[in-house]
Design a protein around this ligand. Structure first.
Ligand code: A2P
Length: 274
């Protein structure tokens, strides 16, 4: 893991005009986990309000009409900076450039955030499941650091499934940092269960999340009964195929999909892909 951090000083003004309804913020730190994964933190505009788990459009000031992509906000609503977790796609319209950002550079962020992976979209329950593959872990990094998550749920189970062990690093670091966090360390103690699995590289725990749900291994690892609409609430974030497959499995347990307008038992959102 390579990190770069700098005091948050505004760099030179962007070379291109900032589009309407867009903030131009300064990169504070960048951390590279693998050749394909990195996270970064930017300054937070005083007026920017969001709910933990939402996403926002981000871009770079490198064109008259910059390319914007949806990114889950990985920091919690109370954080004074805004964090993102990203893949690096060699020819990705945004990420080919974004992966090169340095502290002091400018990142554009649209003023309005939105999304369904929010606590408000779920009915009250006892156990919250946060199920992610790949960069779908980002919204969990936000929700896991929000005290409201622990006010609403007794227990949180987080899953993180990637092809290779190195791809789990961001999630592993986040989970390890929870207990040391002065704000939520006490709240999280003994209440967060973390299930990290790989599907290609051999590791201690292997298997797609769908397989682990189907064969019951997930519930054995957590030490609980299978999904129960009376107890369990689920958020899912990953590729479209993963969302569809996990959703279908969850529905066989009688859980219903919710939204901001109609809170229910589970919510889904596609992870950023390119
Ligand atoms: P697998 O290695 O068996 O394809 P990706 O990088 O392609 O988005 O995949 C991230 C993780 O999600 C991988 O571990 C991958 O497993 C898993 N995955 C991909 N498709 C599905 C699916 N339909 N259901 C569950 N897990 C999936």
């Amino acid at each position: 893991m390579q990190s770069a951090a700098l005091a948050a000083t505004k760099s030179d003004a962007p070379e291109f005009p900032v589009p309407a309804n867009t903030y131009a913020e300064t990169v504070v730190s960048v951390t590279h986990y693998t050749d394909n994964l990195f996270s970064f933190r930017i300054t937070r505009p005083a007026a920017f309000r969001f709910r933990s788990g939402e996403f926002v459009m981000i871009g770079l000031p490198n064109a008259q009409k910059p390319v914007f992509r949806a990114y889950s906000i990985a920091s919690p609503a109370w954080d004074e900076e805004v964090e993102f977790y990203s893949i690096k796609v060699p020819d990705g319209p945004l990420t080919q450039h974004l992966q090169k950002i340095q502290p002091g550079d400018t990142v554009l962020m649209k003023q309005k955030s939105t999304g369904t992976l929010v606590l408000d979209a779920l009915k009250p329950g006892k156990r919250l499941w946060l199920v992610a593959t790949g960069t779908g872990f980002a919204p969990w990094a936000s929700l896991l650091r929000d005290p409201e998550t622990y006010e609403k749920f007794d227990e949180v189970v987080v899953t993180n499934t990637c092809r290779d062990a190195a791809d789990l690093a961001y999630g592993n670091h986040l989970i390890a940092s929870l207990h040391a966090d002065p704000l939520i360390g006490e709240l999280t103690a003994g209440r967060v269960k973390y299930i990290a699995t790989t599907t290609r590289e051999p590791s201690a725990h292997m298997g797609r999340i769908t397989t682990l749900i189907e064969n019951g291994e997930l519930f054995r690892m957590v030490g609980c009964a299978p999904f129960d609409p009376e107890i369990d609430r689920v958020m899912i974030c990953g590729s479209m195929a993963m969302l569809n497959d996990v959703k279908a499995l969850i529905e066989t347990h009688g859980l219903e999909e919710g939204s901001n307008a109609k809170p229910a038992d589970f919510v889904v959102e596609r992870a950023f892909v390119g």
